[in-house]
Write a protein that binds this ligand. Sequence first.
Ligand SMILES: Nc1ncnc2c1ncn2[C@@H]1O[C@H](COP(=O)(O)OP(=O)(O)OP(=O)(O)O)[C@@H](O)[C@H]1O
Ligand SMILES: [Mg+2]
Length: 429
Amino acid sequence: MANVEDNLFEKDEDERSDIFDAPHFLSIDYIPNQLIFRENEIDMVKNNIKKVFDGLAPSHMLIHGPPGTGKTHAVKKIKEDFNEYAKNKDVNAGMKHFSCKNKTTYQILTRIARSFDPSYPSRGLGEGEVVEDVAEFVDDEDSHYIFVFDEVDKITEKSGKGDGIGDLIYFTTRLGELIDKGVGEEPLGISVILISNKTGIRDDISEYNKSTFHPTTVYFKDYDVDQLRTIIKRRCREAFKDGVIKDDVIQTLAQKTRDSNSDLRFSFTVLRVAGELVERLNLNCIDESLLEKSFEKVNEQKINEAVKEMNETELMTLWSLMQAKKKVNGEGITSHTFYRTYENLCEKMNIDPKSHRHLTSRVTSRLESQGFITAELKGRGRGKGVNLMYRLAGKKKLKKAIEEAMSMRYDEYAVIRGSERTNLKGPWD
Ligand SMILES: Nc1ncnc2c1ncn2[C@@H]1O[C@H](COP(=O)(O)OP(=O)(O)OP(=O)(O)O)[C@@H](O)[C@H]1O
Ligand SMILES: [Mg+2]
């Protein structure tokens, strides 16, 4: 047998990190035992679903609020505790969590079915049949189920059919109808919890389902800088060895997180990158300059990923602003100039342009909230009203990301870029 000193893993024991105590606390999947500042929201959800234990059916719920405000983790923690409690008390009830991101309603339905029967086919049946089968699974188990549908606004829509959330709610209602409730019996059936970070999701839902679906709403509001600092500090205490990061560096990170419209996931990633950098450079603490370096690195990745994930209209909007910017010499871009550029570029790219109103009422506000552009009202002179002036957030990194995403997605883009180089007037004229 090999000597202890020869064991690859034994040898590594001496080289354990001087920086990290437990880096997994900075992983974005780690679910903290306690979500501070979310006690009220968690209580609201808990008080509704605990009705199951009194023989009543909980109402449907909608949980919404900006990204990174703890919606998913709050509900996952509730789910774990709910299922454990139900099991201990021998109550027939269960909570299941499904992510809807990039899935069609059909894929979501079959996933529900497979959570009851792992051998359930993932294709080949009609939507109606899958709904009926799910109803039967619930019926057979004599249980009340709470299905959580997370990121409902990111359901992949069937082309031409429109509304994924509407479909999901329709199937939920249908399930409710299919599951028999005997008079005076224990509640049997399903309640759903929808989760979304989309602004205006409430209106979307009430618009589509005026009469059938009335969820109780819980809003998770953004953390302020102080709250961010407190949460980040707690995580640092768990993840790093004592003295690796000082309070004022944590304060800077909280402020930067807020200023860059980022969330806690971003802060945790910056900390992980900073910790790894400290180790690599054989230093012993994360100071301001190291934080800055890590922040820039993670921010660049974040921009690239966000731009890559954008839909066509968002990307075309950014590209149009980028092109229009060249014309305005450092001034803001008027809404008129922006739209004219956009229309021209769409034509060149063989893309159907969206209406001016759609862009200014929906798309630009979304890009603004992500920190990619700013929009500012400016007077046109006395008595002449105001203009909305747009600016692209002035980072070279953003431009690079837009160009990369455009050339990855569109063959036409290369042609336009080519003519742009030879035609000084630019593609928008
Ligand atoms: N109050 C809190 N205390 C500790 N950690 C928190 C708190 N709120 C959020 N977090 C952490 O922040 C990260 C983001 O939380 P979560 O994934 O739940 O956000 P979300 O609201 O679901 O965001 P999205 O809308 O983008 O899905 C997670 O790593 C989570 O553990
Ligand atoms: Mg989430």
